[in-house]
Design a protein around this ligand. Sequence first.
Ligand code: PLP
Length: 428
Amino acid sequence: MTPRNLSDRHRRVLPRWVTTYYDQPLQPVSASGRTVTDVHGVAHLDFFAGILTNTLGYGIPEFRRALDRQLDSGIVHTSTLYLIDAQVRLAERLAEQSGIDDAVVFFVNSGTEANDTALLAATCHTGSNHVIALTDSYHGRSLTSSAVSGLPGWRPSPYSPFDVTFASNGRTSPDGDEHPPRDPVADLEARLAGKAPPAALIVEPVQGLGGFHTPPTGLLQRYARIAARHGAVLICDEVQTAWGRTGRAWWGHQLHHLAPDVITFAKGTANGLPLGGVIARRDVLDSIPGRSISTFGGNPLACSAALATLDHLLDHDLQGNAEKAGQHLLGELQRLESAHAHLTGSRGQGLMLAVDVVDPRTGLPDPAAARVLVEACRTHGLLIGSGGRHGNSLRIAPPLTVTEGEIAAAARILAVAAQHGVTAAATA
Ligand code: PLP
């Protein structure tokens, strides 16, 4: 018999590893601004933005008009065999914004594909398949991008097209424990000794799935210097950190004063339409021999959406809002942390903020209590995310259009939910 309930049907026809949040999964049916309404008519403030993808929020008139204009032309897709005005305009803008000399842009449909392309180019450019990546990183779900992902739970295959050397993110060790080497740079040098020169160093300026952890000041720069000395390409994975989300910078790599050879982007670029890509020095991207294609990559609808998203971000100084609103929200998290022994480590940049849930008796990560907190937030009308190496980080990342009033409302809900976390810890 076919199950009636959508959640049961979802489980029946999707793979086991496509998991949903919440005991009773949420089914959004409409949205406006930063509010998502579910199938039961219950409204929720969305402070996770479809995993940092609904950059502008929902129902933005200018965004909708841009999509309508493209749809009215009758053309959703033509393929890259033909000239696409929106694609070229977007590439011109991104190349200019990137700060990369003689930059070219290749469009794909996801962050995974963007990183796959960047790694492909790096191997072709250098003739090496040795990659340096960071502990607790996440770069995608394919064989190549998961092979360079440092979060063990997100690297499913024992096979890898790369020889990967992991460098400490400053918080965890390449050997998989919580004790980072005293000198992570010397540790990396030692791990590289005797190995083939690396093709690439790939880094997230603020680690996303890793729990919104920013590597310590200067660390990425020192790793980048090592990579450059070996002729390796520096790939900055800006899938979560681009477009001003980190508040202080348009690109996350600017927080670390890096000069990437390659930038990858996706998620928030087109406010929810699938669009990813690679911006790179021409000599790096052009080193891929033969011909290549992404059938959907850079399609007119997604590119029009991205142009409208970038316009809106700049016209409304949403980077400035990310900084200001982010400071407000971080202050609220810090206040919450000082009131609750099971919350610790409030951190983040702009509107990429996190706090860890721990067992107050031992200080150890408490992913079960984190789940209780995420669930309690939903019950009280707030959607947030989780993540981190142990799944005990609460991740908070609303659309960049979030208002002060919405932050105050979210803080009230978080305070109520934190109480549930206390109860969960006490009864464990
Ligand atoms: N890179 C980073 C930093 C990410 O956070 C993600 C997804 O969460 C990816 C790459 C993969 O992107 P996608 O899920 O669009 O393939």
